[in-house]
Design a protein around this ligand. Structure first.
Ligand code: SF4
Length: 307
């Protein structure tokens, strides 16, 4: 029995939990490789034309895994609390995959989290364990250990964030969904370019999620999407400590286009670069825009220091 985990979409939210959960239950799993041109092309050839880039990439990862495992683990996330709203694409993954890959006999292991239907992470893990022949108490124990690993990781990230902010280097806050910023095909080339330009990257998603959500209320009380609210809260908290902000989003993303518009209108005292990545062109042409942006923030910094 092998579980396939697609390295796309909400993978970066749950990978630590899933790896630990399956390891504790002694269940074998494979994770699709880092996104590359081939995986993007696989997904783009299957997806409907207007599908957003991360969803195309996600479909490419599923396509890669489908003949290599017994089940594909797929998150279907509706929300963690009454106030949570998620992009509808997170909720539709299971149905979309079942229809898209119906000729290839896809077997899906859903990871359902939805406050409104009382589906919690724990209940979902116990259900997954049951399907894979594991006892409830073993799944419960595995979940508790997996959750502890997630909490430890979050604490480490927060500490790293605090240490990174203390450095004297020029700093840029990178704001975007983890499946964009952490993806090898989408986010990493941008990270590499900035590193080469001698700028330290600060990751908005390293901030404590609850604190970020609370902070977002200083700018908006009506933004519906939880992840976008958390990103906005990170900007509110961290913008005074960085020299510039990069908004990284992908082509055809409704929530990001609305949230980014709001950020650009409300955050007036910091240079902001709005980067929209398109799968076809990747990061080609972005180097020039990044260089100009970095020139601007260094110029501003020098002027402030000289005043
Ligand atoms: S939030 Fe945007 S990028 Fe993410 S899945 Fe939804 S539409 Fe796609």
């Amino acid at each position: 029995m092998v579980i396939g985990i697609p390295r796309g979409l909400l993978f970066y939210e749950f990978d630590t939990m899933w790896r630990n959960f399956f390891k504790e239950l002694d269940i074998e799993y494979i994770i699709s490789p880092n996104t590359n041109k081939d995986i993007y092309k696989r997904g783009a050839s299957i997806a409907l034309h207007e599908t957003c880039l991360p969803y195309k990439i996600f479909l490419g990862h599923v396509d890669y895994l489908i003949d290599k495992c017994d089940y594909i683990l797929v998150p279907r996330i509706g929300g963690y609390s009454f106030y949570d709203r998620m992009c509808t694409r997170y909720q539709s993954t299971v149905d979309v995959l079942q229809n898209t890959f119906r000729d290839r006999d896809i077997k899906i292991l859903p990871f359902n989290v939805d406050y409104t239907s009382k589906e919690t992470e724990l209940a979902s893990c116990i259900e997954i364990g049951k399907k894979l022949g594991k006892k409830r108490r073993d799944s419960l124990r595995a979940y508790i250990i997996a959750r502890q690993a997630v909490n430890t990781e979050a604490q480490i990230k927060e500490n790293n964030l605090k240490n990174a902010l203390k450095k004297d280097n020029s700093k840029v806050l990178l704001v975007g969904h983890k499946y964009n910023t952490m993806d090898k095909y989408v986010g990493e080339p941008i990270e590499d370019m900035l590193e080469e330009m001698g700028v330290d990257l600060i990751w908005a998603t390293d901030m404590d999620r609850h604190d970020a959500d609370e902070k977002s209320k200083e700018v908006t009380k009506t933004m519906p999407w939880t992840f976008n609210r958390e990103l906005i809260g990170s900007i509110v908290e961290l913008s005074d400590e960085v020299d510039g902000i990069i908004l990284l989003s992908s082509f055809d993303c409704g929530p990001d286009s609305m949230a980014n518009e709001m950020i650009i209108r409300k955050i007036k005292d910091k240079p902001i670069l709005n980067l929209v990545v398109d799968g076809q062109e990747g990061v080609a042409g972005m180097e020039t825009r990044l260089e100009s942006f970095i020139d601007i923030i260094l110029f501003k910094k020098r002027r402030i220091l000289n005043d």
